[in-house]
Design a protein around this ligand. Structure first.
Ligand code: PLP
Length: 423
């Protein structure tokens, strides 16, 4: 058997589709966020990162660093094993109480990432309910899909944010059959919000549990950073809120928050919680500091600047005809519509302009909707934004990429080529 040949062919297939993944060798530097040092073929160079999910720059905030460093000095580098075998570091208890409080829930449970939290929790919750039906939004994240698959339960997919479709699926089921509706507060690739109030109203009417992924909203929305559910006054209506410590919180880790009995059941039944080493003290200490800071007045100020920066960037890009996809959130996607061109645009931005934006290709998004996904932080100032806007104009001209017409249509800058030819 030619094992290597199979792996080489697998890589060749993604290369042929223009979606072979290459990650820039970047060194972020404390105190210089969002700038970093890039090690390219021609040596080291300063670049500006425009696609980080450290949305608020908390990974470099002095208070978070202090929380992490003091935790590592006090409790050591690793957690010493799974909590099942080695017990719980006191910091885990403090952070779980803090997260339960943030989401106004009875309890919370830490896991090693947002992905693991979804995979372990959804599979366990659904498996513990007899004949559970999972209803899942069409655009739910890969980790949610992994959790659904691992549950072995029946699933039905409802069209993205389509309440009529969701209701039709719910109405077709017996009232007393256990049902779990899984959806997101913000869909990370398009930047749109989940209709939390309406989904919860349907869940109540048809007797379903709700599970809300707030990975792209925790720390950034709501008066205390509790996410879209907090912003919409819907925390009490959602049964389980899932979040990450790896994005706006600036560390790593994931969690669920919800009713005490449900959290206790997941704690005792989920292999993804039980059989893996607990989060290290440094990350729990850093996350605890970040969550506390973002709950208070500094968090309110940071969130206001963050939203202002995102709005300013959207305005500036729209003014020069960039095909910014309609996003009401802090996520600013620019449509390219072709995998190879998306990668080329990303390469040109980095090599000619020192701007790092990772191309987003299939399977992260549907084929034909490849895009650059910009995530302005509170630290992306006007000077950096000027440089980005000029760089994008240059790259769009170089590659003859599509732009928005005033009427909303997309056209090529060169009249002899149609939009479809460009794509
Ligand atoms: N849920 C959503 C919606 C995500 O976009 C992601 C990651 O990007 C995750 C969960 C996984 O979170 P983490 O990166 O903490 O594993």
């Amino acid at each position: 058997m030619n094992y290597a040949g199979h792996f080489e062919a697998a890589v060749q297939r993604v290369r042929a589709e223009g979606r072979y993944r290459v990650f820039a060798d970047l060194a972020r530097q404390v105190g210089r966020h969002p700038q970093a040092c890039w090690r390219g073929l021609s040596g080291m160079r300063d670049v500006v990162i425009w696609c980080s999910n450290d949305y608020l720059g908390m990974g470099h905030h002095e208070t978070v660093l202090e929380g992490a460093v003091s935790a590592i000095r006090r409790y050591g580098a690793g957690a010493g094993g799974t909590r099942n075998i080695s017990g719980t570091t006191h910091l885990h208890v403090l952070l779980e109480a803090e997260l339960a409080g943030l989401h106004d829930k009875q309890a919370s449970l830490l896991m090693t990432s947002g992905y693991v939290a979804n995979e372990a929790s959804i599979s366990t919750i659904a498996r513990l309910l007899p004949d559970c039906l999972i209803l899942s939004d069409q655009l739910n994240h890969a980790s949610i899909i992994a959790g659904i698959k691992a549950s072995g339960c029946e699933k039905q997919i409802f069209r993205h944010n389509d309440l009529v479709h969701l209701e039709a699926l719910l109405a077709a089921q017996p009232q007393n059959r256990p049902k779990l509706i899984v959806f997101e507060g913000i869909y990370s690739m398009d930047g749109d919000f989940g209709p939390i109030a309406a989904v919860c109203a349907l869940a109540k009417h048809y007797g379903a549990l709700t599970y809300l992924d707030e990975v792209h909203a925790v720390g950034m929305y709501g008066a205390r950073g509790g996410g879209i559910a907090e912003r919409d006054g819907m925390v009490g209506a959602v049964d389980v809120i899932q979040g990450t410590l790896g994005k706006a919180i600036g560390c790593i880790g994931g969690y669920i928050a919800g009713p005490a009995a449900l959290i206790d059941a997941v704690r005792s039944h989920a292999p993804g919680f039980i059989f893996t080493t607990a989060l290290p003290p440094a990350m729990v200490g850093g996350a605890l500091a970040a969550v506390r800071l973002l709950k208070g007045p500094e968090g309110v100020a940071i969130r206001a600047i963050h939203q202002e920066r995102a709005s300013a960037l959207k305005r500036r890009l729209e003014a020069i005809g960039m095909p910014v996809m309609p996003s009401p959130s802090h996520i600013v996607p620019i449509l390219v519509g072709n995998a190879t061109r998306c990668k080329l645009a990303s390469d040109l931005l980095l090599e000619r302009h020192g701007i790092y934006v990772q191309p987003i290709n299939y399977p992260t998004v549907a084929k034909g909707t490849e895009r650059l996904r910009l995530t302005p932080s509170p630290l992306h100032n006007d000077v950096l934004m000027d440089r980005l806007v000029h760089a994008l104009e240059d790259v769009w001209d170089q590659l003859d990429l599509m732009r928005h017409h005033r009427g909303g249509l997309i056209y090529s800058a060169r009249p002899e080529r149609t939009a479809t030819q460009v794509a």
